[in-house]
Design a protein around this ligand. Structure first.
Ligand code: FDP
Length: 430
């Protein structure tokens, strides 16, 4: 039997781990291959990668995240550099498993609450939780020891940091925000928010890690052979627009831990952590956002009084059931971006964190929140736009008028294509 590796094969792939519920199915998987290098949202792709083929799937183990990543590199032999991404992705995966465990155990291990009793403030003026600091270290260490990273930018770091090993010259200069280490020059740069939604974490509400991996720009060798930063300019290598992402994704820490990612931007794959085995298993292959999903809007309505009148009119209209669908929309807002985006990905609807008269660029950060999420959403066929309706993935962080660098904020609307277009139509008609 030949089974296409599409959303229609979800049940077979997911069910392949349940020996009692279904007869063993031996699968040969073929691939959905778009005719041209466009993502499912219809925008140009940086790389037109072949999706892996799974000629056989173990009925007990399923398709693990590590297998998916390995096979992705194997399916694209003309891009040998993808092999280096395998260790980077292994590091991200391992960090997410560790963070999942830290979050799950935090009420017992004393990791709830604020760092330094509230005395630790990040560059954005936010109080840091103990878990913000620890999860940042977990992710940073996992990535730097791959030996493939040049620069890292994180919500919890003031500035992008170079990466080099502690036993090399320069290690004595180690500072919390001038991170050490690397033996060879890095091939990739990473951006991440180690624990998004952390203001919720003590209440056991879903949180997540968001990450994005870019290639290091041409001609940028951040470190020399001695592991010293040789080009400070290159420390801004993380300042790339989302359309240059090679991999983007998030890990959701909730009732289950789910890892959703797009490798190349052409497809979106969802894995669930099997805690007993310690592996992420493919449970949601080829995720697609319905173009009109459930009638849900997700936005912090407390800010309504400072919104653009166009947005207020749109939300009021769909609340009354007078929008394009004629359905009365309901509100779902966790206040934890990863959880809200995950639900939007699965059910459809619209999620937004707009700019308003108080905060003209909203709250969410372009590089490590908005861009990786937009990458995922477009890979699933949805839309992700900013305040003026521009595609989030096309926004160039180096053109930030506010000068906030890696921490620049951007208004965000994402979700079902038709819902995002309907919201924009209120602006366009003015
Ligand atoms: P948090 O501050 O708890 O880390 O950008 C961070 C974020 O959470 C998002 O996860 C979330 O969507 C948003 O802030 C919530 O902000 P509001 O409380 O202003 O709604």
């Amino acid at each position: 039997m030949l089974v296409a590796f599409t959303s229609s094969s979800t049940a077979l792939l997911a069910g392949a781990r349940a020996p009692h519920s279904a007869p063993a199915v031996r699968m040969t998987a073929t691939v959905e291959k778009p005719a041209e290098a466009k993502n499912p949202a219809g925008n140009d792709l940086l790389m037109d990668l072949n999706e892996p083929v799974f000629p056989e799937v173990c009925e007990y183990a399923g398709i693990t995240l590590s297998r998916y990543v390995l096979e992705m590199a194997r399916a694209n032999p003309e891009k040998p550099e993808l092999n280096e991404l395998v260790s980077v992705m292994t590091a991200v995966e391992r960090a997410c498993k560790t963070i999942s465990n830290l979050v799950r155990r935090s009420p017992m291990s004393g990791l709830t609450g604020l760092e330094d009793g509230g005395g630790s403030i990040n560059v954005q003026g936010e109080e840091q939780k103990k878990l913000d600091i620890i999860t940042n270290t977990v992710l940073k260490n996992a990535l730097k020891f791959t030996g493939k990273m040049g620069v890292l930018a994180s919500e919890e770091e003031d500035a992008p940091v170079a990466s080099q090993p502690s036993d090399l010259p320069g290690a004595e200069d180690y500072e919390w925000n001038r991170e050490v280490i690397l033996e060879e020059s890095g091939k990739y740069v990473a951006v991440f928010d180690p624990l998004d939604g952390s203001s919720n974490v003590d209440a056991n509400i879903p949180t997540g890690t968001i990450f994005g991996i870019f290639e290091e720009p041409d001609g940028c060798n951040v470190l020399n052979g001695d592991g010293e930063v040789m080009d400070n300019e290159c420390l801004t290598a993380t300042m790339q627009s989302g359309n240059k992402l090679v991999v983007g994704g998030y890990c959701l820490y909730s009732a289950a831990t789910e890892f959703v990612m797009s490798f190349g931007g052409k497809t979106c794959q969802g894995f669930t952590l099997d805690e007993q085995v310690g592996e992420f298993v493919l449970t949601k292959p080829n995720m697609k956002i319905p173009s009109r999903g459930k009638p849900i809007y997700s936005i912090n309505e407390a800010n309504r009084w400072a919104w653009d009148p166009e947005l207020t009119e749109y939300i009021t209209t769909i609340q009354k059931g007078e929008g394009e669908t004629g359905q009365q929309y309901t509100s779902r807002y966790i206040g934890s971006m990863v959880g809200d985006v995950h639900r939007t990905l699965l059910y459809g609807g619209i999620f937004g964190y707009p700019g308003d008269t108080k905060n003209t660029n909203g709250k969410l950060r372009l590089l490590y929140e908005a861009a990786p999420m937009a990458f995922i959403v477009e890979a699933a066929g949805g839309a992700a736009v900013s305040g003026k309706g521009e595609r989030i993935l096309d926004i160039d962080p180096t053109e930030d008028p506010t000068g906030r660098g890696v921490h620049q904020r951007v208004p965000v609307f994402l979700g079902s294509k038709d819902d995002v277009a309907e919201m924009r139509s209120y602006y366009d008609k003015k």
